[in-house]
Every structure is written in C-alpha cells, then in structure tokens.
Design a protein around this ligand. Structure first.
Ligand code: B16
Ligand code: MG
Length: 215
C-alpha cells in the first residue's frame, strides 16, 4: 500500500491561474509580457526562483531592494486573488478522491512549494484530510529538488518508494522522480514528461481507476 502526496496549486485547486495573473503584473512592470509557455516553467517553482527567471527573461538588472519589493507586490496581489477561494473551488472530484483515500486508510500528505498552502487548504475546507503538510515554509530547496516530497514521506513515516505523487508541473514531476517516487500528472503528456499516468481531473478518473497505482 502506498501513501499519496499531493501538490496544491493546479492539482487540488486552480490557483495556478492566480499565480500567473499576479506574475504577469510584475512582468509588465519590467516591460515584459509573460507568455503561458514561460509560465509553465514557473509552476511548482518558489516565489524567489520564479522572480529570478522573470527578471532574466526580461533582460533586466534590478537591485536587491526592488527585487524584494516585487516579491512583496506579487504576494499581496496573489493574496487578494485567493481571498475568494471557497470549498466549491476544489478541482473536480478532489473531495470524493480524498474521502475515498481516507476510507481506504491511505496516508495523505501535501508537498507544495507555496508559502500560502495552509490558508488555501483551510479556505477549501480540506485541511483535516492531511496527515502531513509540507509547504514552502518547510523547505530550503525548490522543486525540482526532492526535499519537499522527501520531508512529506518522512512526516508520514513511509519509504519514498511507497509514495505516489500527484503533480501538475514539470518541476514537481522531476522532484518526485528525484525522490524515487512515481508521479501521476494532472495535465497532458505533451506538456509534462516522466509521469506514470496522466489524468485531466479526479472526476473523469475516479478512485477505482487510480487505486491500481495506490493499493
Ligand atoms: P507562493 P505548488 C507553487 O505551488 C506554485 O505552483 C508556484 O507557481 C508558486 O510560485 C509557488 O508555489 C510558490 O507560491 O508564492 O504562494 O509561496 O504547485 O507547489 O503547490
Ligand atoms: Mg502545482
């Protein structure tokens, strides 16, 4: 039997669109238009590393004080956007999948790069499903480094090889693989490489289908 580790943004809730929107505003302040293709490379990546990438793509040189200011502005903007998150915003089928895992006594963990993960889980009303929560406040290395998932496995007291990760980002799938864990991608195989299975959401791929990878 396996434990399951969930990414947050883009897997349990579509906050990925809010990250994109908030980063677009920062990019515009750098006279740069952030494309959705470039945004793929920001998914699962920490706030600091994301801004480093954007500044590099914009070809700008900014001082540390302005860098800090942009980080602050991005988060303020993002916090405003997520204020509206409600239980109905959990992605399709998430709630029943969590209920099925719990019913089958599968340990459940969160492995998110976000420092805002806990308030988002609370807003969704699903915090109590999680036996372990590892987020951006608990790690020093950003995905694709495996730290967040290795800490998740440890907190659940399971071997990394007995963990199954659900991820929507290439950085996250790479992190799972670096941790010796199998990953199921929430997204398309044209964009995401290296997962053992691809799903669009948890509604179209119910517990029965996914149980083969878990139990
Ligand atoms: P924050 P995940 C990641 O969350 C997002 O995918 C990524 O876009 C974001 O930059 C990162 O969290 C940090 O988020 O600014 O809220 O600390 O996908 O790993 O759940
Ligand atoms: Mg994600």
């Amino acid at each position: 039997m396996k434990a399951v580790l969930f990414d947050l943004d883009g897997v349990l809730v579509d906050t990925a669109k809010y990250h994109y929107q908030a980063w677009k505003t920062i990019a515009a302040a750098l006279d740069f238009e952030l494309t959705s293709e470039q945004n793929e490379h920001l998914k699962g990546v920490s706030r600091v590393d994301s801004l480093h990438k954007i500044v590099r793509w914009a070809g700008k040189d900014i001082d540390p004080q302005q860098f800090e200011q942009f980080l602050h502005e991005k988060n303020e903007n993002y916090l405003e956007l997520i204020e509206e998150v409600r239980p109905k915003d959990a992605l399709p089928g998430v709630l029943s999948f969590l209920e099925a895992l719990q019913k089958n006594q599968i340990p459940i963990g969160l492995g998110s790069a976000s420092k805002n993960a806990r308030p988002i889980l609370d807003r969704l009303g699903i915090t109590s499903f999680f036996d372990a929560i590892i987020d951006g406040n608990d790690v020093t290395n950003s995905k694709p480094n495996p730290e967040v998932f290795l800490k998740g496995a440890k907190a659940l007291s399971v071997e990394p090889t007995n963990c199954l990760v659900f991820e929507d980002s290439q950085a996250g799938i790479d992190a799972a693989r670096a941790a010796n864990m199998a990953a199921i991608a929430v997204g398309s195989s044209e964009v995401l490489k290296g997962a053992i299975h691809y799903i669009s959401d948890f509604n179209r791929h119910p517990y029965k289908e996914l149980a083969a990878f878990i139990e």
